[in-house]
Design a protein around this ligand. Structure first.
Ligand code: HEM
Length: 927
């Protein structure tokens, strides 16, 4: 059986039964010999030979792509000649038509025809990144490929060690901001550059995350390392981040790009053609993978999709070429093209840190900082909105004439490529009998006949570019010529299945558990598993809404996306407006200004209102007025104080303390584990103690019946309730679509449960009369309802203060009751660091004697200081209601978003002298 089988159940001793059978048969039995041979075959096929991959130095991609196959290290390495896939047996006539005549009569664009599937220029920007990762023909020796044959993002990382070194900071695996190694990419459209920058940014995000997650503690703080160790750590981080980034590239290819190429994006199917998985037959073994790849001259030609260049990109390119030559496009010679290259390269310079595009300037005093987000975004938005050109004969812009003529000449005189028919035969396709069969347009067929006389003479280059395109139809989205359409899928399989790093090294063990999980497609993300949206939202979180078609489906124009999603009946779930034009948020980093923004609610409004209002089914202004109690300048009360005053007469936080202590102790006793009573004990403090404590406390406080041994009829287990609450409170822009759906369902369910319980409680209270004080308990109700503790609970207070039920739901859903576990995890993480060891000893000392309020206050200070230096939330957003002048942060326009950067505010030396030090003596009102 091929594919993934459930595996053999070795507990039923099948193998031993076969062995018994073998030795029971007579020694000369022909059946026995055959059976034995088969048995050995199965054993032999189990393990790939030669081995699939090697550990150690082979775990990372080489800069030049060598050693992808460790046993044939030069296979597909950069700096090798192209492969030939199809021998040329057909004798071409001695004089073929002049390449310029071929271009002018068959290829030159007569008119721009929009792509029939509404494919955007962004898809072809991706195509450029793909093709320029694997094809960089050497200008001096056209037989040589300067790139490796692997999708290793060489336009970003370079094709050899020297190019790679130019883009690396050599610190903690990072590359310089917004850097791309390839200068050629800068002549391939601003869209391709902008998309390249997305992957360039992704590299540094991954490298930082590797350090942050630090699986198995393999990376050490920089200040503890000597120079050699720093170099080793940088090497590991850079190469691991590169491997992971290339996997992201592959994910976008299969989950977004091929989805559109095969028109799967017109359906709600989550199918994708990922060819990397293990395919194993019981007899016959594994279908090979990770064996290496070597790109060919034929495929270099096949991918020159210059007819797809949009009208707007054509105009841009004409302007670029015009800068360097005044020769009309239809008269340019290879020397004129060289002059354009030289001019462009001179302008770009040779330091990738300074390369610019689209007329944009880099930020930073030295002009080597990142581009402004809005410039990259504008380019991405244009690439998404600009429809690509259709595949067709007479489809290539005239400005590309010299480029395609040079290509055609190389194919003919240097690569000596086979004919179109020979190439088709190699692919197992029928040969064309006539020009009309190749392209039924009489004008194109007759012109080709004129040029080549016999269909057998039709060269590969014009043969591929001018063939009749497939229609846009189910499974045919790209709609290229028939031969291209067939060949690209085989090539995708060869490129990806052949790559050891996309197969045997694309494992959790190789790329870390966090990144392995992060790379898995999410089929409920609104893009049916598409991955590019996650990257766009991750790197431009302030620009895209969670349901933006510009992020989720950028390879199709928004207008066509609207048609598709309308036909699927789900258009109402998506946002079709372009990403925010100005993403320039004002960042507040000083304590004083943060205080102003938080408290001046007349100038700065809360931005979380709409989402919270939606979750609580309240109208936004009602909810906001309720919430604004906590931010109003007059009261300047904390949210918990508002809850306190609204629901209690006493001090809630002090009242709940003893119950929490009891709960913590219960869980600690139940889960701390050691091999013996006296041995050191271990506990997963967050998962096994803090999370269940907080969940049980919330359940008790809100009257949500938990399923326990004592209460088997409860509605949720503690884990289920925690997950439901998590669904309301998780924030990840890349997962917005799914999270919104889940949050809506979870909040609906929670509200229904709470309101039913309140009703039940009110009825019981009414029946059991007489009224008691808020903190008291009537006998009937305590017997009937499992509100466990005797402290003043929200439920009781609510009932006696007569607040509407909906206010109560609002408290649960808006009060971020999941913050305590996250805060606790941050505090614990902070004090478990090597450098906090001394402080941790002090904390343990205080904790051991913490039996009076003074000790509790000291403990609280430790917590506040940890959260100051390691805040659980990166910051908070507000929207300006009117123009405001902030001395340090600058001018804020009405409507502009303001980001209060917690890490900076918490380290403001004006308020926290020696900010990086833990100091328990700071004033209590500064936290
Ligand atoms: C505005 C858009 C584009 C421009 C300006 C452009 C320009 C060029 C130029 C100047 C070359 C010659 C490179 C050299 O020899 O150094 C080239 C080659 C090539 N182009 Fe394009 N191109 C564009 C779009 C595309 C697209 C959409 C594809 C599709 C995948 C594509 C695929 C290729 C390939 C495969 C080569 C051969 C690369 C090599 O052999 O080095 N191009 N293009």
């Amino acid at each position: 059986v091929e594919g993934k089988s459930p595996g053999m159940d070795d507990r039923n001793m099948l193998l031993e039964k076969v062995v018994v059978l073998l030795y029971s048969l007579p020694p000369d039995s022909p059946v026995g010999t055959s059976l034995q041979n088969l048995f050995i075959r199965v054993l032999w096929d189990d393990i790939p030979k030669p081995p699939a991959t090697l550990v150690g130095q082979y775990q990372y991609r080489e800069a030049d792509g060598s050693k992808n196959n460790p046993f044939i290290p030069e296979l597909g390495a950069a700096g090798q000649p192209y492969a030939r896939t199809t021998p040329n047996l057909h004798p071409f006539p001695e004089s073929l038509p002049d390449v310029a005549t071929v271009f002018d009569s068959l290829m030159r664009r007569d008119k721009f025809v929009p792509h029939p599937s509404g494919i955007s220029s962004m898809l072809f920007a991706m195509a450029v990144l793909i093709t320029h990762s694997i094809f960089v023909t050497d200008h001096e020796d056209l037989n040589m490929n300067h790139a490796s044959s692997y999708l290793d993002l060489s336009p970003i990382y370079g094709n050899n060690q020297a190019e790679q070194d130019k883009i690396r900071t050599h610190v903690q695996g990072e590359i310089y901001p917004d850097v791309l190694s390839s200068n050629r990419l800068f002549l391939m459209s601003p869209g391709a550059v902008a998309l390249g920058l997305l992957f360039s940014r992704n590299h540094n995000w991954i490298a930082k995350k590797l350090v942050e997650v630090n699986q198995n503690g393999q990376f050490k703080p920089l200040n503890t390392l000597d120079d050699k160790e720093k170099r080793a750590q940088d090497h590991a981080l850079f190469n691991l981040a590169r491997n992971i980034n290339c996997l992201w590239f592959e994910e976008v290819i299969f989950q977004d790009y091929i989805r559109v190429i095969l028109n799967v994006n017109r359906t709600t199917s989550t199918w994708s053609l990922v060819p990397t998985q293990e395919i194993k037959a019981l007899i016959g073994g594994q279908v090979p993978r990770g064996t290496g790849n070597h790109v060919s001259a034929e495929f270099n030609i096949l991918y020159r999709w210059h007819m797809a260049i949009s009208a707007q990109d054509t105009e841009w390119l004409e302007g670029e070429v015009r800068k360097w030559t005044s020769v009309p496009f239809d008269q340019m010679t290879p020397d004129d093209l060289r002059a354009v290259w030289d001019g462009m390269n001179k302008e770009l310079g040779d330091d990738p840190r300074k390369f610019t595009f689209g007329g944009f300037k880099r930020t930073g005093k030295d002009g080597m900082g990142p581009f402004r987000d809005e410039d990259i975004l504008k380019t991405l938005t244009h690439a998404t909105e600009w429809v690509a050109g259709a595949f067709k004969a007479r489809g290539i812009p005239e400005v590309m004439r010299i480029i395609d003529c040079v290509g055609m000449d190389a194919a003919r005189t240097k690569w000596r490529c086979a004919s179109l028919n020979e190439f088709r035969e190699m692919l197992g396709l029928q040969k064309y009998e006539s020009f009309d069969e190749w392209n039924p347009s009489p004008e194109i067929a007759n012109t080709a006949k004129h040029l080549y006389k016999d269909i057998e003479n039709l060269e590969l280059y014009p043969g591929l570019m001018c063939e009749e395109p497939k229609p846009s139809a189910p499974a045919s989205g790209l709609a290229p010529g028939y031969t291209i359409s067939r060949a690209i899928l085989s090539d995708a399989a060869a490129l990806v299945r052949g790559d050891r790093f996309f197969t045997y090294e694309a494992t959790a063990g190789s790329v870390t558990s966090f990144h392995y999980r992060d790379l898995q497609p999410d089929y409920e993300n609104g893009a049916f598993g598409g991955q590019i949206g996650k990257l766009l939202m991750r790197h431009f979180p302030k620009a895209y809404t969670y349901n933006s078609v510009y992020a989720l489906f950028p390879f199709t124009t928004p207008a066509v996306n609207k048609q598709i999603l309308t036909e699927l009946g789900i258009a109402h779930k998506y946002d079709f407006t372009p990403p925010a034009e100005s993403t320039s948020w004002v960042e507040v980093k000083s304590y004083k200004e943060a205080e102003r923004v938080y408290t001046d609610s007349e100038s700065f409004s809360n931005v979380y209102g709409p989402a919270l209002a939606e979750m609580t089914r309240k109208n936004e202004s009602g909810l906001l007025s309720y919430l604004s109690l906590s931010t109003s300048p007059k009261s300047s009360e904390s949210f918990s104080k508002v809850i306190d005053d609204t629901f209690y007469s006493g001090q809630w936080s002090t009242a709940i303390y003893p119950d929490l202590v009891k709960l913590v102790k219960k869980h600690l006793d139940a889960t701390a584990w050691g091999p013996s009573k006296t041995a050191r004990h271990t506990v997963d403090i967050v998962a096994d103690v803090i999370v269940p404590v907080v969940t049980e406390f919330i359940a008790d406080e809100f009257g949500i019946p938990l399923k326990t041994k004592e209460n088997p009829l409860g509605l949720f287990t503690s884990k289920q309730l925690y997950e439901t609450l998590t669904e309301c409170w998780t924030f990840d822009p890349g997962l917005g679509f799914k999270l919104r759906d889940k949050a809506m369902k979870a909040s609906e369910m929670l509200m229904a449960v709470i309101e039913a319980r309140l009703l039940q409680r009110r009825l019981v209270a009414a029946l059991s009369a007489p009224r008691t004080a808020p903190s008291g308990r009537s006998r009937a109700s305590s017997r009937l309802l499992p509100f466990a503790s005797s402290r003043p609970s929200l439920v009781r207070s609510l009932l006696f203060r007569g607040r509407p039920f909906r206010d109560f739901d609002t408290v649960l859903i808006t009060s971020s009751c999941l913050k305590p576990p996250i805060d606790s995890a941050c505090v614990i993480d902070f004090y478990l660091r090597e450098e906090s060891k001394k402080t941790l000893d002090e904390i343990c000392k205080v904790a051991r004697q913490a039996h009076n309020l003074l000790d509790v206050a000291t403990m609280q200070r430790f917590v506040q200081e940890a959260l100051r230096l390691r805040p659980a939330v990166a910051g908070s957003a507000r929207r300006a209601q009117r123009p405001v002048h902030l001395a340090a942060a600058g001018e804020v326009k009405a409507g502009q978003l303001v980001w209060i950067d917690a890490a900076s505010v918490n380290r403001d030396a004006q308020v926290f002298p020696e900010p990086d030090k833990i100091n328990l003596g700071r004033k209590s009102d500064v936290y």
